[in-house]
Design a protein around this ligand. Sequence first.
Ligand code: AMP
Length: 397
Amino acid sequence: MNILVINAGSSSLKYQLLNPETQQVLAKGLCERIGIDGRFTYKPEGKTAVKEAEVAMPTHNEAIKAVLDALVDPANGVIGSMKEIDAVGHRVVHGGEKFAKSVLITDEVMSAIEECNPLAPLHNPANIIGIKACQALMPGTPMVAVFDTAFHQTMPSEAYMYALPYEYYEKDKVRRYGFHGTSHKYVAQRAAAMLDKPIEELKLISCHLGNGSSIAAVDGGKSVDTSMGFTPLAGLPMGTRCGDIDAGILQYLMNKYDMDIDQMLNVLNKKSGVEGLSLVGSDFRDLEKAAENGDQKAELARKKFSYEVRKYVGAYAAAMGGVDAVIFTAGVGENDHGIRELVCEGLGYMGLELDKAANNVRGKETVISTPDSKVKVLLIPTNEELMIAIDTAALAK
Ligand code: AMP
């Protein structure tokens, strides 16, 4: 079964054609600058050819058309015709409280996704445009929506409620939703396979540390708490996002610097996090280099980030009444052994011992705790596309 996975943003679109049964990726690539001029990248796996071209993309329709043309192209294509695409899986950021699972897309589902737009105004409308463009070009092909929020819908109310007047939840749906659900679900399943135990018997803490970062407490295969909240601004400090701060700071800074709320949110979303703290940048590779060269603020940013991750590990172990394994995934979690070491420092009291030699690894499924460590530490590369393809194949069948 070949599944086309689409991750549509407002001006870009990532795609991958893969077979979830064999896990073989046939081709992948990126459409950028949609609505501006259009830049197209196509990489068929196993072939050296990489196509990069300027393709006019006034709308997402032209972008999807370029993807389909490339996939069936006689020279560099990977399938004979579009009939060989069995279904399309769409990443959708926000499913609100309506979607606790992936769903086959119908007209009703489209309306329900549209109703979630106010909760993710930057992301959901773009996801919908991507779905509509595919529907126009591939009528009759089953389409599935896979939500970033769905995995966290199992959280108990004490985890997802904010201590705000109840009416804001009832009337306005203000609550913790959490994101990166597809990634947390994937690595939790892989952890169970690596530990050779049923997921129902495991208490896991999944640390998705990338440009955006979140942590999830996964008890018996179900998300019971997560660090992102009503929006992806909450929780850990990130590349440029501040994570949790005292809400009182907003009023103080807005008054002092005569900022309106949009300007304030721009600072919190785009100018804060490890970039704001270090004044070096949001990329952890740059921070590491700067810290090695004695830059104190870069060192502080790495320490602050790791400290907050460690606090969540402690908090979620407490929330679940124990933990069997801590998982590191995403760009920073998979590659930055120094951050993993800083996070795990001082967790010996809870039976977690990092194996420093084993930790000297990147991007490979590995147990990185000592053989005696009661709490295992796992490095698991995430694969959201595969998870989306698996869900899509199951529903399309
Ligand atoms: P993601 O959002 O998961 O794609 O992660 C992106 C982030 O991963 C980048 O901003 C980098 O900070 C980080 N990253 C990627 N590769 C490395 C690496 N080799 N060492 C340290 N950090 C890395």
